[in-house]
Ligand binder design. Structure first.
Ligand SMILES: [Zn+2]
Ligand SMILES: [Zn+2]
Length: 275
């Protein structure tokens, strides 16, 4: 996706072009924008705000500056709409809906939501989604990572997994990447590796499902070590991570563990890069 300077241009022109670029662009041109980031968990089987309804599935609203992206829709439109109302969150305007993978606990809420949406935001799905679903949501199919123009939003693109492929949402911040995962069927570490490959930056925080329900503790501990070697600074696991695995992350990450669940509003202070 990235543009590269072709080797057919003489080196001197390339140098002049680079110098001109540095002279004209503000210093922050290639760094993440300073707007604060918030992630609001709208749908989760794990409770956080007691007055919201828990139900198996995941959905969250990710906002940075004026850009708002809905990631997944949970399983039931009614539950999603009810939680939105209790949270006093209006999904208008919405720049995009991104689906992590085809499973119903992440996509089932769409039709109910769509009936209530005033606007018609583009819906991004993976190429491997069933044709029927793609037709139903008038989807934009993607396989490669997406860069949403003029924003700090990216996706990992399609990462192979069992039983289904999946993508994660990436948001760049001055503190590093915030990666939002659905169910992590390709393996949470594989998704995170892809996120760092796509963006070339370290990961500040991971929020969402890590899919470790059946994973023995020793293996979860190994995954925590892989998180460390990838430089993941903070974690907010929920949905399909499993209570035991969440416990392992809580213990390992200490003050950098973030309790999550339905109603959690995670705000990342982007004004400084210190913790
Ligand atoms: Zn799934
Ligand atoms: Zn799921």
């Amino acid at each position: 996706m990235e543009r590269r300077v072709s080797s057919r241009y003489p080196a001197v022109w390339v140098m002049l072009a680079v110098l001109a670029l540095f002279a004209c662009l503000p210093e922050t041109a290639n760094t993440a924008g300073p707007d604060p980031l918030s992630v609001t968990v709208l749908y989760d089987n794990i409770p956080f705000e007691k007055n919201l309804q828990t139900h198996w599935g995941f959905s969250c609203l990710v906002q940075k500056g004026s850009t708002r992206v809905l990631f997944d829709t949970g399983a039931q439109g009614e539950t999603l709409l009810g939680n939105l109302k209790k949270l006093n969150v209006d999904l208008t305007p919405l720049d995009a809906i991104v689906f992590s993978h085809i499973h119903n606990d992440h996509t089932g809420g769409y039709s109910g939501l769509k009936a209530e949406l005033v606007t018609d935001p583009p819906v991004y799905v993976l190429k491997s989604f069933p044709a029927e679903f793609k037709q139903q949501v008038k989807a934009i199919e993607v396989s490669d990572p997406i860069i949403f123009p003029d924003t700090d939003f990216r996706t990992t693109g399609e990462v192979p997994g069992q039983p289904v492929n999946e993508q994660a949402l990436i948001v760049r911040t001055p503190r590093g990447l915030v990666v939002v995962t659905g169910c992590a069927h390709p393996g949470i570490v594989n998704l995170l590796r892809r996120a760092t490959e796509v963006s070339g930056e370290k990961i500040h925080l991971v929020i969402g499902g890590f899919h470790l329900l059946q994973t023995p503790t020793a293996e979860v501990e190994q995954i925590v070590r892989q998180f460390r070697s990838l430089g993941v600074e903070r974690v907010a696991p929920s949905h399909c991570t499993g209570e035991a695995a969440i416990g392992v992350f809580r213990k390992a990450y200490g003050t950098n563990f973030v309790e999550s669940g339905v109603g959690k509003i995670l705000q990342i202070d982007t004004s400084s890069t210190s913790n």
